[in-house]
Design a binder for this molecule. Structure first.
Ligand code: DC
Length: 217
């Protein structure tokens, strides 16, 4: 039987860092679903498509071949991981991620991947929608201030100019949009284990998840 691990939570809760490490430990393919929504936002922006151009965005998605290599998103043979994590994409992605047609297309791609491989998938709706029957579900949280601080440090380490206040504002605005949108809003699945990562370091959170999975495998 295939193993699938769902990790949900708000922006900056540490999902992707933790998911990569847990994935390595149990030999799971890491699927970063946020990266897939970001790729749609990036390509829509490049093609001057606003979130209202739903039919054109759907056509665009049909021409996008997405897969993951070494945890990075490869779009039509190009590694776009650095581009999609820039602040200008972070600030527009929620508007594209709230389009029902976009969600159903990407959810289908995500389920196809989980049928082919043992996966660890992170996002907002993995435990509630994409992988309702996941073998393991976790919900990571942290205060907005801690999450903004992590993003700020991450961008600074990449020498990307940014302001902490702007990042905090963006995180709060994305939290609101992600939890209040009509379709598949961010919420904890009833059977997910919640971990508040505030004040915990990466290895502490990873070990909590690893030991939980180890116990049940
Ligand atoms: O995790 P992230 O910040 O890279 O996600 C980018 C955006 O995509 C974020 O605004 C929420 C949205 N998203 C979503 O709606 N559903 C997912 N499964 C993953 C991300």
């Amino acid at each position: 039987m295939r193993i699938s691990v769902a990790i949900d939570g708000p922006a900056g809760a540490g999902k992707s860092t933790i998911a990569k490490l847990v994935g390595k430990e149990f030999n799971l393919m890491y699927i970063n679903t946020g990266a897939m929504y970001r790729a749609v936002a990036l390509k829509s922006k490049e093609n001057n498509l606003s979130p209202k151009d739903i039919d054109k965005i759907c056509d665009l998605i049909s021409s996008m071949e997405m897969h993951f290599e070494n945890d990075d998103l490869i779009l039509n043979n190009e590694n776009i991981q650095d581009e999609i994590t820039l602040p200008e994409i972070s600030s527009i992605v929620s508007s594209y991620a709230s389009i029902a047609e976009v969600r159903s297309k990407l959810v289908k791609l995500q389920r196809d991947m989980s049928n082919k491989f043992d996966v660890i998938m992170d996002g907002r709706d993995i435990g509630t929608v994409v992988l309702k029957n996941a073998s393991f579900k976790f919900f990571l949280t942290a205060t907005p201030e801690e999450r903004a601080n992590r993003r700020y440090k991450e961008l600074k380490d990449r020498n990307i100019e940014c302001s902490y206040d702007e990042i905090l504002k963006d995180i709060k605005s994305r939290d609101y949009k992600d939890t209040h949108r009509d379709i598949d809003p961010l919420r904890k699945a009833h059977d997910a284990i919640e971990i508040d990562t505030t004040g915990l370091n990466i290895s502490e959170v990873t070990e909590k998840i690893n030991s939980y999975i180890r116990q049940k495998l």
